[in-house]
Structure formats: C-alpha cells, structure tokens
Design a protein around this ligand. Structure first.
Ligand SMILES: [Fe+2]
Length: 281
C-alpha cells in the first residue's frame, strides 16, 4: 500500500527558490551575502546545480535552512525515512494534474469495503484511476484545502458515493461540505480523525491526524496537505510566518514515528522531517 518510490516533490532549486522568496532575497542579494556567484545560484534554481558542500552550507546559513537537509538534497540523497507498518491500510491515490501529481489518500481498516477519503484530486476520473476495487463505500471525506488539484473532485465524490459527511477547513470557500477546525475530532468506526488548523500555504488549510484507538498496535497517520512534503514545504502563498509556526507545531505535536502523507511527493515521517527538512531548523 505504501509506495516509497515516488520522487520528491521539490528538488534543490525549488527549495532555494521558496527560501529566497521567504527571506525576500534576490539571486544578487543572496550572492552578495554568501559569496556564491549569482550565476551558480541561478543554475541551481534551473536544476543544473553543481554547488559544493561549502557553498550549500553558506546558502543554508543565509536562508535559515537546515544545513544537513539542504546538503542532502544538493547531492541528490535526501534521507529515506524508516517507516513503521500502520495498523490500517493507506491507499495513496496519485492523481495527475497539469504537469504534476497531487495525492489523495483512502484509509481502510484492512479488508473492509468502506473507507475514509482525504482530498479528492482534480476530478472524479483522476481520483478513481487507481481506486481499489474492493472499496465501494466512502464514509467521510476530509479536505486539506480548497484548491483545484486537491478538492476539484469533492462534490462529485460526495454525490457518486452518497457521502453524508464531508469536511473542509474552517473559512475555506468550499463548494460543499461542512467546516472543521483546530482541535476538532471525528469518530468514524474504529478511526479517529483530529484536525490541526494550519494556515500558511492557504488561509484555510487543515492537516488531519488519523488514529485507530480501538486497535492496540500503535501507529498514526498525518495527512499533511501542502503544509509539509518530504524534504520541503508547500509554497507559503498566504503567510510564510504562519506556515513556519504550524510546520514545527504539527511535527512536534504528533508521535515521531507518525507517517506523513503529503499532498505531493512521497510519504515520510515526522521524525525524518524534524531532522532533515530544510525548512525545519
Ligand atoms: Fe497542492
């Protein structure tokens, strides 16, 4: 179920670009501050990086990034997480959108024919491309944020599966469903879903922590939307400061072995991102 072969969403160039935007630094200003020629910074942003470890360290320092994580990205070896097996099934649905992919996740308790859906892909067709045939019913839908690639399929999913419970972050301009905000918990069969209100990428954005309290084996899943990716973060289109605050709060607020299921890219863990994510220092 857990596909670890998906490439990282962001490469070194994307991370540098996001960090420069956050600090309000141009290539020239960053070059001036670090002594790394602006042409070499531009090459890195254009995915032609041959920055040395020393240059990466200087860039990390000026951009307030995690040096170990940035150097790991720079040499193309971002550390893979050690992943525990969860006491429930997670079906990662990679939905094509534009030139990339957005992830939705279907959570089931093993052989069950019903599940809980997190995000909906751009449309019903994209969402159901990799849909497991055994799952016929959707008990509830939780949306991390209202953007075409994550919530475009929402109303059709609700209609086609006859979903009675659909939740979107408080304040989102949602086409259907009801609001769910910070600290709210929902019980669905053996599952509990708790919302973290995490504005930053968007003004209304939730992460959802999924646990199965009835099952003795430990294990939790964080649906992180565009707050955190393996090795990066979502673009802070609403607020850099709030994204940084919620990034740390959420990563530190869940058990370290929690599996993180991001809106883009591969799965990771809270422990891995606390240690290596370039945006966590
Ligand atoms: Fe996204």
């Amino acid at each position: 179920m857990l596909n670890l072969t998906v490439p990282l969403e962001d490469e070194l160039g994307d991370v540098l670009e996001k960090a420069m935007r956050r600090q309000g630094l141009s290539e020239e200003a960053l070059a001036h501050r670090t002594g790394v020629p602006s042409s070499r910074i531009l090459d890195a942003i254009d995915y032609r990086s041959d920055l040395s470890s020393d240059e990466l360290r200087r860039l990390a320092d000026a951009l307030e990034l995690n040096e170990v994580g940035l150097c790991a990205l720079g040499c193309g070896h971002y550390p893979s997480p050690e992943m525990i097996s969860l006491p429930f099934c997670v079906h990662a649905l990679r939905t094509p959108h534009g030139i990339g992919f957005a992830n939705a996740y279907l959570v089931t308790d093993g052989p069950s024919s019903q599940g809980i859906l997190f995000d909906c892909g751009p449309d019903f067709e994209a969402l159901t491309l990799g849909w497991p045939r055994s799952v016929k019913k959707v008990d509830a839908v939780f949306v991390t944020h209202v953007e075409p690639e994550h919530s475009g399929g929402l109303c059709e999913v609700v209609a086609r599966f006859g979903v009675s419970r659909a939740y979107c972050p408080t304040g989102a301009d949602a086409p259907c469903g009801q609001e769910m905000g910070e600290g709210q918990r929902m019980k669905l069969g053996g599952f509990e879903v708790r919302a973290f209100g995490t504005p930053g990428h968007a003004s209304a954005h939730n992460c959802y922590l999924v646990t199965a309290p009835a099952i003795k084996e430990r294990g939790s899943l964080l649906i992180s939307g565009d707050l955190v990716f393996a090795g990066s973060v979502g673009g802070a289109y609403f607020c850099h400061r709030q994204l940084a605050t919620h990034l740390r709060r959420v990563l530190e607020g869940v058990p370290p072995e929690t599996v993180i299921a991001p809106g883009h890219g591969p799965l990771t863990t809270a422990r891995n991102e606390l240690r290596y994510n370039p945006f966590v220092i």
